[in-house]
Design a protein around this ligand. Structure first.
Ligand SMILES: Nc1ncnc2c1ncn2[C@@H]1O[C@H](COP(=O)(O)OP(=O)(O)OP(=O)(O)O)[C@@H](O)[C@H]1O
Ligand SMILES: [Mg+2]
Length: 348
């Protein structure tokens, strides 16, 4: 990035907690998270289930459930802090500037409205398009996401379409107002591999076609290589490593990243690959020191006591660890999206 160029999105010290009804239990879902996304970048946030990835996304859009609260931080979008916007201003920004595409389409589409109505609603909210012009734009969007016969499709309802087709509709809605940042949150549970592949290929297609800035969220390292250029690894609500995707495959710096990679790709024999031993910590009761130390094969006394600071490994890489692994090349071949199913169960 040109040094003078401001990032499209800059998140500074974002801290989002969930509070129990009486406030006696605090889940530190996102804790002091900072990162930037420059225009046109494809960044992925990765980490095991429950590490806070979706909470980051929901915080950016300010659509958190009532039990959650952003307790600190700034979310600068084109230099303006989204946390200072009124709910009305945020409603104008959502869908228009920042838009989110969920893998689970049943959460995004309303079963009682036709496809045309649902795409039209977003366009009417954010643009002046009406009547024939609106209809024309809806049809074009359907064609853009490769839905044939848009005239017939726009009168249909979600249940009349296949899973892959519904995803394309959600893609069309997300793109309808040409957002500057597209956040894609891949669900962890209950999705069959075919649907996952369709979703990933759709994202790849959309990104190639529009060049939209992409913040992709997944628990599955196997699929990021083709889609993203930079990666952020989260563990227990914090960022533990950041790196270009190419380099992290070759030479992971954080023991957690290394464990993730080995779990997914370490052994040729798929049946011998194992998830990382132990469980991620309870975010309402984190261990002292480094949150990963109870599972870390390299942990030392200092890791049990002192929380690590972020150390720069080179100008594009950093790691939050007292003893970054320096194991050299792992020679892990870059995985393809088509292999997604092979890695799915290891990372969840
Ligand atoms: N509504 C909620 N109330 C209380 N705690 C919550 C709520 N939603 C999420 N959490 C907690 O916040 C933490 C982060 O959850 P989040 O959904 O952000 O994880 P994630 O990384 O997106 O996981 P996944 O890969 O499964 O989608 C988890 O420990 C989770 O239990
Ligand atoms: Mg999630």
């Amino acid at each position: 990035m040109n040094k003078d160029e401001k990032p499209l999105l800059q998140v500074v010290g974002l801290t989002t907690y969930f509070f129990s009804f009486r406030g006696e239990r605090i889940v530190k879902a996102v804790d002091n998270v900072s990162f930037a996304v420059r225009k046109g970048e494809r960044l992925v946030i990765i980490g095991e289930s429950g590490c806070g990835k979706s909470t980051v996304a929901l915080s950016l859009l300010r659509v958190l459930p009532p039990s959650a609260k952003i307790v600190a931080g700034e979310i600068l979008f084109e230099g303006e802090d989204l946390l200072k916007k009124t709910p009305k201003e945020m409603a104008r920004i959502r869908g228009k500037q920042l838009s989110m595409i969920l893998q689970d389409t049943m959460l995004s589409l309303d079963p009682v409205f036709s496809i045309g109505n649902q795409i039209g609603e977003t366009l009417e909210r954010h643009t002046n398009l009406r009547g024939e012009a609106l209809r024309g734009r809806i049809k074009q969007l359907l064609l853009d996401v490769r839905i044939p016969d848009p005239e017939r499709r726009l009168k249909q309802f979600p249940h009349q379409m296949s899973g892959g087709m519904r995803q394309r509709i959600v893609g069309a809605i997300a793109l309808s107002c040409e957002p500057k940042l597209l956040i894609a949150d891949e669900a962890t549970t209950n999705l069959d591999v075919t649907i996952q592949l369709q979703y990933l290929n759709l994202l790849k297609e959309i990104q190639k076609k529009t060049g939209v800035t992409l913040l992709f969220i997944t628990h599955n390292l196997g699929i990021v290589a083709e889609l993203c250029e930079n990666v952020i690894v989260m563990y227990a609500g914090k960022i533990v490593e950041r790196s270009p995707v190419m380099e992290i495959f070759d030479d992971p710096g954080h023991p957690y990243t290394k464990a993730l990679l080995q779990a997914a790709f370490g052994l040729q024999d798929l049946s011998k690959r194992k998830p990382i031993p132990g469980e991620p910590p309870n975010l309402a009761n984190l261990p002292p020191g480094c949150s990963f130390h109870p599972r870390c094969p390299y942990g030392k006394e200092r890791c049990r006591q002192e929380e690590p600071i972020e150390i720069s490994l080179n100008p594009t890489r950093s790691v939050k660890c007292w003893y970054p692994v320096t194991i050299g090349s792992q020679n892990i071949p870059m995985p393809k999206i088509e292999d997604a199913g092979n890695f799915k169960n290891l990372m969840g």
